[in-house]
Each structure stands twice: as C-alpha cells, then as structure tokens.
Write a protein that binds this ligand. Structure first.
Ligand code: ATP
Ligand code: MG
Length: 207
C-alpha cells in the first residue's frame, strides 16, 4: 500500500502545484511508482503532466464524488500518490485528506499565508491526519522571517526542516513540463527538492 499526500492551503499561490510537481518527478527519478491527482478545476497540474508525458508519473483523472475511492485505488498500485487540491475548504478537500497519510501545506513567508493555514490545520486535526507546513518562496534575505515564524504560534511545531527558496527555476521549468532539478541538476533548487524528498520519505516511514 503506497502513501498518499494531500497538498492543501487556502491561500492561493502558496506553491501547492509547483512543489507537488517537483516532488513527483523527484520520487519518480528515485524509482518510486508515482501517481498525481489533480482535484483543482484550474487543472494546472494536469497541464504540466500532459506536457511532461512521463511514463513514470501516472496522472489519474478523478471527480469530486469519487475522489476518495480513486485515491484508495491509486495507493494500491503506486508507492506515492500526490493530490493537488483547490484552495478553499470543501467536502472534496475533506475526502482527499481522509484517504491521505499526510497533509502538506506550502506557505509563503507572509503573515497572511500563515493566517490562512489555520483552517487547513483545523481540518487535518478534526480528521486526525498529520499535517506539516513547508515554507516556500523564501527570499534570500528576509529580515522578517522571525516575525512570520512567530505568527505561526503553536503551528511552528509543524514546520518541515526543509525550506524552498524563491527561485526562477521553479516557475520556468513548469512551463514545459519539467522541473528545476532537471534544468539545473547542481542548483540550489535541486538540492532543496532532494532534501524535501528525503525529509518526507523519512516522515512517511514513521507514520
Ligand atoms: N519556490 C518558488 N520560487 C519561485 N516561484 C514559485 C515558487 N513556488 C511557486 N512559484 C510560483 O508562484 C505561483 C503560484 O504557485 P502555484 O501555482 O504552485 O501555487 P498554488 O498553491 O498551486 O496556487 P493555486 O491555489 O492557485 O492552485 C506560480 O506562478 C509559481 O510558478
Ligand atoms: Mg495550484
């Protein structure tokens, strides 16, 4: 039985689709059987996967009413199932979280992103699923990082050790179905994604 991770964060543009795509490619590269499921009507993950046409990443089509059973089925035939969700809280988000081992909430280092986390943390808690927060788009010099971390309050304990920087490579690579680590294998972005993959692999093994 594979692991499923739902990507959720109410605040739009936090990096759910970008981070999910980069992780999918990283796990596929490590020989894992990877499935991605796009539950967001914007369908940007689906477009990335179509451009990529990677036989090692299966893009599974689903619909809201059968999302839960599709995730269950995908876990039987894949090592990792990554689910992209629309921002707002919904019954669809809840059914994805219910079938997942972990909720991953990307968060930009801004107080408004931090506030928006509260609803997804509450949903994960209510459904008794572990949740972790990933700081994404962290600029090289952010004097106010400590302020942002302070705004997290008790949710600070949910932060992953890995942080993802604000780097052009992440957005540029998505345009043609690739990843930052493929565009520049020795880049900082490549190291960040490798670190994130390792941290999540270890975490999933403990859950
Ligand atoms: N680490 C990063 N560095 C630079 N740009 C990034 C990074 N992460 C995401 N972006 C850019 O930020 C924008 C929003 O990212 P993305 O679409 O992945 O967020 P999202 O959470 O999926 O948004 P939505 O809620 O609209 O689905 C995109 O233009 C993306 O290219
Ligand atoms: Mg998205």
């Amino acid at each position: 039985m594979g692991h499923a991770i739902t990507f959720a964060q109410q605040k739009g543009g936090a990096g759910k689709t970008t981070v999910l795509a980069h992780l999918a490619a990283a796990w596929a590269e490590a020989g894992r059987r990877v499935a991605v499921m796009d539950l967001d009507p914007q369908q940007s993950l689906t477009r990335w996967a179509a451009l990529r046409a990677d036989p090692a990443i299966e893009a599974i089509e689903s619909r809201d009413y059968r999302a839960g059973s599709d995730i269950k089925a995908a876990r039987r035939s894949h090592d990792v199932v990554l689910i992209d969700c629309p921002g707002a809280a919904s019954s669809l988000l809840e059914s994805a979280i219910r079938e997942s081992d972990l909720v991953l909430a990307p968060c930009q280092p801004s107080v408004m992103d931090v506030w928006a986390l509260e609803s997804v943390v509450a949903t994960a808690d209510r459904l008794k699923r572990p949740i972790r927060i990933l700081l994404n788009r962290v600029p090289p010099r952010l004097g106010s990082l400590e302020e942002v971390l302070g705004a997290l309050g008790k949710n600070r304990a949910l932060l992953l050790a890995t942080q993802i920087g604000n780097r052009n490579g992440y957005s540029r690579a998505m345009l043609d179905g690739r990843t930052a680590q493929e565009l520049a294998p020795r880049s900082t972005a490549a190291a960040e994604i490798a670190g994130l993959r390792a941290e999540l692999t270890a975490l999933l093994a403990r859950l």
